[in-house]
Ligand binder design. Structure first.
Ligand code: B12
Ligand code: SF4
Length: 634
């Protein structure tokens, strides 16, 4: 990636690195092809290119911008330092989009660079979250500063120029704090963009961008609201069109819109309308994966417009099915009575659903988790389910509260990847909690349930050739590779020398012997699992009655027998939640004519008490026209 350029004239070198993190053995998690390009990197890279094109440092000091994502590219600090020296000695390494689990790796990258006299600046969610929520900088950030590493908290849209100017003078400040002012991103001149040679290092023809930032809700485990705010800030339809066209021109037509909650992007409709125009009138075949909340189906037209705008996959923050847990986490907007209705709406238009499920809320036990997952399998028409360990991520209210109370939290930030237990639980030991996470994947993705998911999808008009790779990806990442599907990639790369600071260099015999055995094991496992899944798909396709498949989860909400669904009756909290919904419905005059007491969310007409019309549309059954498998995410 770093081409050698011996310059005759000084050139400012701006090198942007999105770091990875370490696996449990202390090796950097890297792949020949990683999941998808990072939007954080795309955002900062594009702003930096903009500064270079504007000749921010004047015509005598041109800026060269380079970007690399460590999940698919080896970071060679010596080469970086040499490149800066060869170009006149002025430069900056920006370590970008650093999440808490990546902070130790970011510091390990910074250390040799600082020793070589290179200026380094770290930005991203870890530093922004800590500055947003903690009264004092935590030890790891102070330690980075003691190495001479500068910290950038907040968004780069209005602060990057200042940083480049300071760095060019060799006067980088220890801290840039932009947390108080959240920039307007409506029409910035350089929206997120990465060139194609970068995207080729990831799976599929996919890139990502944020159409908006911020979310109005208040979930206690969430960092987003404290870093990006609760007010919706969004790009204009023109800006979104610019991003789409720039990518389309380089052959990229699939996009992951990274908004944590696109349904709460205040301008979702205008953005979708523009995309619909691009697709239907200008013939641009663009497709999307979005993230939404469990009330999105109540926004009039949201699901139908998603379909027309080319959304093929949707991530939903389901989080849990026990209302007591949801209330404790301040996730009151998640109503179990809405889950089935929302999922059936996505099924109606043939869009694949993924739901996130968090393990380790205060009422969870290994038994309750197992029981809840069985209910989900039976009663919710969901395609993929992905699991996370409830983690007090720096930047969240949970983290702040535990920190202020002095409750133990693991000091090793590398473990804050929502796959490790990092604090105590009232009902589970660390071992039980870890095991509950590990086994959850196997409980959901059984052979029997694979077949059920595939049958439901087939009967709903979802293209099985497009479902199969994602089903494979989400069900196999943990058993095969031991990493979360969002972190998986194609073919793991490991360098013996790229080991976490403080850990010994292993002997080549031990290292390569284990590496080779590991590769062999994974190849066999991957082939076996893929063939197995393919057999199930073929079986369903060969079944002449498969299109007529029905089960409890696919039962239309209007016909369901709410009294017998375990989702609504399994415990006191569920029954209370259903009762509360009934009372709300009765008060707002939206009852169902004195018939069987169906919860508000189970009715098919009328208002739902929050001003939105639930309006189940009686449109034709849509068939997902997407055929070829691409990235596991988009
Ligand atoms: C998209 C996304 C992903 C994508 C990443 C690919 C992509 N397309 O970007 C995928 C799905 C792969 C992913 C995976 C994970 N993610 Co993620 N992800 C996000 C998400 C939703 C959006 C990221 C984004 O684009 N933000 C918008 C950009 C522009 O904001 P930004 O990163 O903060 O960058 C701005 C500023 O920080 C600043 N800045 C950043 N770097 C620098 C550097 C310099 C030099 C300067 C000047 C400024 C600067 O300027 C930028 C532009 O304004 C965020 C939540 C969020 N709203 O940000 C979670 C989030 C970042 N993810 C999170 C987590 C935990 C994970 C996983 C560990 C989960 C898991 N087990 O799978 C993995 C880890 C991946 C890894 N280590 O390899 C957490 C991190 C929390 C924390 N305290 O660290 C977040 C915040 C969500 C949450 N749950 O709270 N993720
Ligand atoms: S709905 Fe999602 S993005 Fe919004 S506050 Fe809750 S966890 Fe955060």
């Amino acid at each position: 990636m770093l081409k050698r350029t011996r310059a005759t004239k000084a050139r400012f070198q701006l090198i942007l690195i999105k770091p990875s993190h370490y696996d449990n053995d202390g090796y950097v998690v890297q792949w020949i092809r990683s999941t998808m390009p990072s939007n954080s990197l795309a955002a900062v890279y594009s702003l930096a290119k903009g500064a270079a094109e504007r000749e921010l440092l004047g015509p005598d000091l041109p800026i060269d911008v380079m970007a690399m994502d460590e999940t698919n590219t080896r970071v060679k600090t010596k080469e970086i330092a040499r490149r800066i020296a060869e170009n006149g000695g002025r430069g900056l390494v920006g370590i970008v989009g650093v999440q808490s689990n990546e902070f130790p790796r970011a510091v390990d990258i910074a250390r040799p660079l600082r020793e070589a006299g290179v200026q380094v600046l770290i930005g991203g969610f870890h530093v922004s979250g800590c500055l947003a929520m903690l009264k004092e900088l935590p030890g790891d950030i102070k330690e980075a500063q003691s190495l001479g590493v500068s910290i950038y908290a907040g968004e780069a849209e209005e602060g990057l120029d200042e940083v480049i100017l300071d760095a060019a003078r060799g006067e980088l400040r220890p801290l840039y704090d932009h947390m108080k002012h959240l920039p307007d991103i409506g029409n910035i001149a350089s929206p997120p963009f990465l060139p194609n040679d970068f995207i080729e290092r990831t799976i599929g023809n996919v890139t990502s961008f944020d159409a908006g930032r911020g979310c109005p809700f208040q979930c206690s485990f969430c960092t987003i609201i404290n870093v990006q705010g609760r007010k919706s800030r969004y790009r204009s339809p023109d800006s979104v069109e610019q991003i789409l066209r720039m990518n389309y021109d380089q052959g990229i037509n699939r996009f992951f819109i990274t908004d944590d909650n696109y349904a709460r992007n205040k301008d979702w409709e205008a953005i979708f309308d523009r995309i619909i125009k691009l697709r239907e009138e200008d013939g641009m075949d663009v497709r999307f994966c979005i993230q939404v909340d469990t009330l999105c189906h109540k926004i009039p037209g949201f699901i139908d417009k998603s379909k027309r705008a080319g959304v093929t996959r949707v991530f939903i923050g389901l989080e849990n099915i026990n209302p007591a847990n949801l209330i404790a986490a301040k996730k009151r907007q998640n109503k179990i009575t809405e889950y089935r209705k929302m999922l059936l709406e996505w099924k109606r238009v043939g869009i694949i659903t993924y739901a996130g499920y968090i393990l380790g809320f205060e009422n969870d036990t290994p038994e309750s988790i197992r029981h809840d997952l069985e209910i989900i399998k039976k009663e919710l028409p969901l395609d993929m389910l992905e699991f996370f360990i409830l983690t007090p991520l720096p930047g969240s209210e949970d983290h702040k509260v535990l920190h202020e109370k002095g409750v133990w939290m693991d000091p090793d930030m590398n473990k804050y990847d929502v796959e490790h237990v990092v604090t105590g639980h009232p009902k589970m030991t660390e071992a039980e909690w870890t095991e509950a996470y590990r086994t959850a994947w196997g409980i959901y993705y059984t052979d029997e349930h694979f077949e059920t998911i595939i049958r439901r999808a087939y009967a709903s008009g979802i293209n099985l050739r497009s479902l199969m790779p994602v089903l494979f990806w989400f069900s196999s990442a943990v058993p095969v590779e031991g990493v979360h599907p969002l972190q998986w990639g194609i073919f793991r790369i490991k360098y013996r020398h790229d080991r976490r600071a403080g850990l010994p260099l292993e002997s080549p015999f031990v290292f390569y012997g284990r590496y080779a055995a590991d590769i062999a094991r994974k190849v066999v496992l991957v082939a076996k699992r893929w063939r197995h899944l393919k057999r199930i798909v073929r079986k369903v396709e060969a079944d002449p009655h498969a299109k007529l498949y029905k089960d409890e989860a696919l039962t239309p909400v209007v016909d369901e027998d709410a009294e017998h669904m375990e989702l609504y009756t399994q415990n006191e909290a569920a029954r209370t939640a259903v009762e509360r919904e009934r009372r709300v419905a009765a008060k707002t005059g939206n009852g169902n004519g004195g018939k069987a007491p169906a919860p508000a969310g189970l009715r098919t007409n009328g208002h739902q008490g929050n001003g939105h019309d639930a309006g189940l549309h009686d449109t034709e059954h849509h068939i997902n026209e997407q055929n070829e498998p691409a990235s596991p995410l988009v």
